[in-house]
Write a protein that binds this ligand. Sequence first.
Ligand code: F6R
Length: 241
Amino acid sequence: MRIIRAKDYADVSRKAGNIIASVVTLKPDCVLGLATGSSPIGTYQVLIKKYENGELDFSRVKTVNLDEYVGLSKDHDQSYAYFMRTNLFDHVNIDQANCNIPSGLTDDPEAECGNYDKLIASLGGTDLQLLGMGPNGHIGFNEPDEVFTPGTHCVKLADSTIDANARFFATRDDVPRQAYTMGIWGIMQAKKVLLVANGKNKAEAIRAAVTGPIDPRVPASILQLHPDCTIVADEEALSLL
Ligand code: F6R
């Protein structure tokens, strides 16, 4: 694991944006695994700026997102499909037909999840997987559990995740209780993993993921086994290391 220390959120975003930009530059038809939530928003803004400056071309890039809430349509303003359009896809020259996110409205969850893993495999895997991390150590929506689940699956969100994400919804009751998430195989098969974290509320999860045992109760700890994993985090998130 490589840990890059950043001064603050802007610095995390700049450094992470530069890493993703280098992947797109070296391989214009790369497959990017993307994340939602507050952590990557600044990184996406850096990528948008680079596109606007003529430094980056997304026309041949393909994407697979980590997760989607069960029950939200792609036009719901809290769906991750909507998040990706408003925070990145609508602002760069990516072909949105090449942007993949599990459907929150599928009536056949098992087929949807199985097909998502087949899709990742058919794309040749991801060149880079961008991750945020929950304060409880979750990656994607792989919540703390007794086992690591390899494939894309439906997960019951932890109470602490519902609490953490309530800030994006009108009330806590509006937060969906379940999500579809890429599993640990989907994340670990990426050629590169890039985790971005900032703020004090991530410090304990960073400590446990980086220095603790590999344990499904801290899902991000599996990243210790990845051959090319980079964490870019600010001083606060690294304060317990
Ligand atoms: C989002 C995702 C989640 C978030 C995590 C951190 O696609 O998979 O694992 O990365 O919940 O969220 P923020 O960045 O809002 O603290």
